[in-house]
Design a protein around this ligand. Structure first.
Ligand code: PEP
Ligand code: MN
Length: 337
């Protein structure tokens, strides 16, 4: 449920309504919209008497949110949420350009690559240390050693780091060692993991499940927000369809749909959507023009030799070329890195 309050209301009048709803055992979350103040209510709102609330003369309207996602809902928070990831902003006009290898392999290459990515315009470094591989015989990641290497690259470049957490046993380590916790497609509905990260205030990059509907994805974000963590960033990374010319199908429509439904930023990962290198530049450009709040792209010094996802990794030179165009498109969209 949301209460629209006049922008001219005094603080003590707002406090009075807040205390009234809290006395009913509800939580009130305030946000300032462009033309009004919004009080979003969570808890058992079924007993709330709308007419009592409407008697306060600063109340312009009281509405029930019919969608199952409440805190993630744009009705709850009208303006775009801006999320700070280690000093880099994302959301609204702030664009996230996150790039790096699928898996961290060694320190020298990671640092050298991070420097090139930064020079090309990236403002965050990704790298997998705990890898969700289809086969138990495939490379599983360097583990904590990989996170240490990412931190060395951060020291050299200042780039905030993004890495995937697969289970709650490493949560404290991730809170200490990364700027953004990535929740991979395969864990989008790992509800215990979502509840645990909801107890932190770490920015979360929540990838869309391989066959998840947008509503299910929004509900996964709701789990994190319900715990108190407001820093959720969606990541569209392609969904399974009947089409097998590419690894997955990039659902570019998810960008405007999620932005209409939610105030949280959405980035696009064309690498895991395409699964093949040649498709990535077109889809990255399409994502910017669709209004995405960022991109996540896999780049490897020598893709032929990569320990995972080499076939979908750009070379640093390909990434640099793509970035020249992306910078122009961002200007057209009124966004900045
Ligand atoms: C990854 O980012 O390397 C990854 C495994 O992504 P996804 O969860 O989207 O498959
Ligand atoms: Mn990958």
């Amino acid at each position: 449920m949301i209460i629209h309050i006049s922008q001219n209301a005094c603080e003590n009048q707002i406090d009075e309504i807040t205390q009234f709803v809290e006395s009913m055992g509800l939580n009130a979350h305030r946000s300032n919209g462009s033309n009004r103040i919004i009080l979003g209510l969570t808890g058992d709102v079924s007993k709330v008497d709308v007419n009592t609330l409407k008697k306060y003369h600063i109340v312009e309207g009281v509405y029930r949110i019919t969608a199952p996602y409440k805190k993630a809902n744009r009705q709850f928070h009208e303006k775009d949420s801006i999320i700070d990831i280690g000093g880099v902003k994302i959301g609204g006009p702030h664009f996230l350009m996150c790039a790096g290898p699928c898996s961290v392999e060694n320190e020298t290459d990671t640092i050298e690559l991070a420097k090139k990515l930064k020079a090309s315009g990236a403002n965050a470094l990704r790298g997998g240390a705990f890898k969700p591989r289809t086969s138990p015989y495939s490379f599983q990641g360097l583990g904590v050693e990989g996170l240490k290497i990412l931190n060395e690259a951060k020291k050299e470049t200042g780039l905030p780091i993004v890495s995937e957490l697969m289970g709650t046993e490493h949560l404290d380590t991730f809170v200490d060692m990364v700027d953004v916790i990535q929740i991979g497609a395969r864990n989008m509905q790992n509800f215990d993991l979502l509840k645990a990260i909801g107890q932190t205030d770490k920015p979360i990059l929540l990838k869309r499940g391989m066959s998840a509907k947008i509503e299910e994805w929004l509900m996964s974000a709701e789990y994190i927000l319900a715990g108190g963590n407001k820093n959720v960033i969606f990541c569209e990374r392609g969904i399974r369809t009947f089409e097998d010319a590419t690894r997955n199908t990039l659902d570019i429509q998810a960008v405007p749909v999620v932005q209409k439904e939610s105030h949280l930023p959405i980035v696009v990962d064309p690498s895991h959507a395409a699964g093949v290198r040649y498709v990535i530049p077109s889809m990255a450009k399409a994502a910017v023009m669709a209004g995405a709040n960022g991109l996540q792209i896999e780049v490897h010094q020598n893709p032929e030799k990569a320990w995972s996802d080499g076939q979908q990794s750009l070379t640093p030179e390909e990434f640099s070329d793509l970035m020249s165009t992306i910078q122009l498109l961002l200007q057209m969209e009124g966004k900045t890195l």
